[in-house]
Design a protein. Structure first.
Length: 90
């Protein structure tokens, strides 16, 4: 069962920074200031290990929902600004 946080001393606070990453199974949850990105997968098996993963995922989604519901949100975020920079290795 892999339901550990990036650091035991530092909780994952949704939308708090651009650095935290949390793993639940093979699901990777990346923190950003304006979004949470989920990628990968997690098997919620019909056993104690699956229950533990489901509980962690449920708690995390509850934290995310709480952050979203406590503020006034725009209808939709504008697309991110993308800049191209010269390759320093050329």
């Amino acid at each position: 069962m892999n339901a550990k946080k990036k650091s035991a001393d530092k909780p994952f606070v949704p939308y708090a920074n651009e650095a935290d990453v949390l793993h639940i199974g093979d699901l990777m949850i990346e923190n950003r200031l304006d979004r949470i990105t989920l990628s990968g997968d997690v098997d919620l098996t019909l056993d104690q290990a699956g229950l533990a993963l489901a509980r962690r995922l449920h708690a995390l989604l509850g934290e995310i929902m709480g952050k979203l519901e406590e503020q006034e949100l725009p209808e939709q975020l504008p697309p991110p600004q993308v800049q191209q920079v010269e390759n320093p290795f050329n």
